[in-house]
Design a binder for this molecule. Structure first.
Ligand SMILES: Cc1cc2nc3c(=O)[nH]c(=O)nc-3n(C[C@H](O)[C@H](O)[C@H](O)COP(=O)(O)OP(=O)(O)OC[C@H]3O[C@@H](n4cnc5c(N)ncnc54)[C@H](O)[C@@H]3O)c2cc1C
Length: 386
């Protein structure tokens, strides 16, 4: 027996998992699983295989903060000034409908959805930004009524700063009444179960190294030399997309997260965006999750490698002590990191890159919201050709 045969697939493995594959999806995050489910729901006879390099999804979908959000007031105003009306409102529409899809597909109980609202906090140094945002609230609310069908979404709520027990670093606050939060782990477990229920094949612990188009399909080669052919392939690897396709406008962006031990008498309830959205914080029962800060060292954080840095860890600790939990005794429980996919536009890339290969990547910072819809649109691209 030569080395080259050591990792050979058995006949049974090949026949069951890798033969006659209609659609191969790379990446078992929110987008990959949503796409796989949508294809199977539309065409139950198709063989849909999802390949995932990690034992669990290993990017952002099981690592995120669980904000079910579509943009704070100042963020939407920034988007409007940088990318214009059409793209901004189209992206908001996609985020809102992505969330709706996700909630309908899995049910609020299964994903731990709670509509507690989201608040944008402004420091004294952000006074001008706060006032400019306040001026624009009527117009933002008017557009949101058209796009998501809800009235008076944004409201000033300075009176609640004290209720949450925030310290002097928080001077003003605007509520987004349509924002919610989910339990990220429950959501991904429910999505995995749904995928299995509709007959999607999931293979974990396998890294795709190349995919090459040939007559009638795509040949996919994995890190241990396994190789198979699929009629179509959909790349859902988000922050890692350029590793396989360097021509794509997607770069990785790491985000570091801290979760505290349970805190007795915690007053914080809901989702919070701070310092123009660079930091985010929420409660999970009586714990606090805080993350962000990649603007403090953008070059270091533009990486597809997991890990944490003292610089950002200290910034997050400091924010807890000075702004969010002043005078409260708290202890660290977990640190972790995840990898986002960002690019020059906040709009996801959902397109064919070759006759049989499509991509559904670049979720930006609000992939929990938009991911389900992006998966469904990726699925539609593929399904139309089968
Ligand atoms: C710390 C953090 C906090 C966040 N908080 C929020 C939030 O509160 N709200 C919100 O809306 N969004 C948030 N996001 C963003 C959101 O989580 C992502 O946009 C979304 O999960 C992206 O889903 P995805 O399926 O596109 O990518 P991923 O979940 O990254 O899935 C891609 C998968 O592809 C796999 N893969 C990569 N390369 C290969 C390969 N060669 N072969 C096989 N498999 C491969 C990876 O292992 C990974 O599992 C956050 C992200 C992070 C990192």
């Amino acid at each position: 027996m030569t080395d080259v045969l050591t990792n050979n697939l058995s006949f049974w493995e090949k026949d069951t998992w890798f033969d006659q594959v209609d659609v191969a999806i790379i990446g078992s995050g929110l987008v990959g699983l949503s796409a796989a489910i949508a294809i199977k729901q539309q065409s139950p006879r198709l063989k849909v295989l999802v390949l995932e390099r990690g034992a669990l999804p290993s990017g952002a979908s099981t690592k995120n903060a669980g904000f079910a959000c579509f943009g704070s007031a100042s963020e939407l105003l920034d988007d409007l000034s940088k990318q214009g009306e059409e793209l901004t409102w189209e992206t908001v529409y996609m985020r809102w409908n992505g969330l709706r899809n996700l909630r309908e597909l899995l049910g609020d109980a299964a994903i731990g959805y709670e509509g507690l609202g989201g608040y944008e906090l402004f420091r004294e140094a952000d006074k001008d930004l706060y006032e400019a945002s306040l001026d624009q609230l009527p117009e933002l609310n008017r557009r949101l009524k058209e796009v998501i069908g809800k009235t008076a979404v944004f409201r000033p709520s300075n009176d609640k700063i004290g209720d949450f027990g925030f310290g002097g670093g928080a001077k003003h606050m605007i509520l987004n009444s349509a924002e919610g939060q989910i339990h990220t782990g429950k959501m991904m477990l429910a999505l995995t179960r749904k995928a299995q229920e509709v007959g999607v094949l999931l293979v974990h612990g396998i890294t795709l190294t190349t995919l090459e188009q040939e007559e009638g399909g795509v040949v996919l080669v994995m890190s241990d030399g396994w190789k198979f052919k699929a009629r179509k392939a959909l790349l859902c690897t988000n922050g890692f997309a350029a590793q396989l396709m360097p021509q794509l406008d997607v770069v990785p962006a790491r985000n570091q997260v801290l979760i505290t031990q349970p805190i007795a008498g915690l007053k914080v309830n809901g989702c919070f965006h701070y310092d123009k959205g660079y930091f985010y914080l929420r409660n999970i029962d009586n714990r606090i999750l805080i993350g962000g800060g990649r603007h403090l060292s953008p070059e270091v954080e533009q990486t597809a490698a997991f890990g944490t840095t003292e610089l950002i860890r200290n910034a997050l600790r400091d924010l807890l002590d000075t702004v969010f939990l002043p005078g409260v005794s708290w202890e660290e429980d977990f640190w972790w990191s995840g990898i986002l996919g960002v690019g020059n536009s906040k709009k996801p890339l959902i397109e064919w890159v070759d006759t049989h290969i499509a991509v559904a990547v670049r979720m930006g910072g609000m992939g929990v919201a938009i991911g389900s819809l992006v998966g469904a649109r990726g699925a539609k691209l593929i399904s139309e050709t089968l």
